[in-house]
Write a protein that binds this ligand. Sequence first.
Ligand SMILES: O=C(O)CCC(=O)C(=O)O
Length: 287
Amino acid sequence: MIELSQDQIDQFNDDGFLFVDNLIDEETVEEIKQHYELMFRGTFETGIRPDEVNWQEGTSDPSLTRQICNGWKGDRAIARVVLREDIGRACATMGGWPGARIKVDNVLWKPPGTRPLGMHQDSAYLAWINPSDMISCWIALDDTTADSGTMEVVRGSHKWRHSKPEGEFHGPEDYQKYMLQAAAAEGIDEPEVVPVVAKKGGGSFHHGWTWHGSGFNRATFPRRSLVSHCISSESEYVPENIGTGTGPMYGRYMRHGDRAMGEDYFPILWTRDGHRSPWIDGWLGAA
Ligand SMILES: O=C(O)CCC(=O)C(=O)O
């Protein structure tokens, strides 16, 4: 159960990220890793294919990071972590929101030797919702080291100007390029890039405007992680921007003439006044 102190919230507000140990226990880490094996071979426990299956064994480029988005729809072991009430509460508390819902999750697996993920600001891809703020909980499934391609976050960069979506996410030549341009625009020559060095089961929260990404995995062991990306429970569609950022993918769930985001697709994890999408816990309990 995540309980944040005021010091931790202040640190998140200052830095744009917060490192936290023991987000999930060892047994859950091992269970999830087994389910990663299945998912990247195309086996989805619920029978539903997640929204973005960007890597599959046998057909995809082995030099790229394996990625699935909205793994929670395909696998309840993943959903039991991603849809946790306390993750929603922590994100809402740090965001100053009345509650939190899931926008998307990321199932990530970076084997030794695989290429970088380009640095970006998550909220740059969210002009199709309002508010477009995001706070993410990134959980390591392997112990990480600075050279194992772990996520890197840039201290204080959530206070920089807001970027536009730019560059490749998977395997760019220079994964820090756009972040360094943004730093230069702020008059910062040497931005402080901080690797998320965590024990498996621990990880970090980061702000939607914090620059982050990751380099090559130069270690001899894999770097796997699971990420819950939360938005405010009150976020609504902005139909005029639906063709921007990640809108073309996730705007498919918009109902005509209705700005409200449906709880079947963007479930509410926690609100201050006691709401959690009623189907979640029953569905998670079902074998
Ligand atoms: O794990 C990484 O390297 C990047 C993940 C990411 O972009 C995110 O969690 O928002």
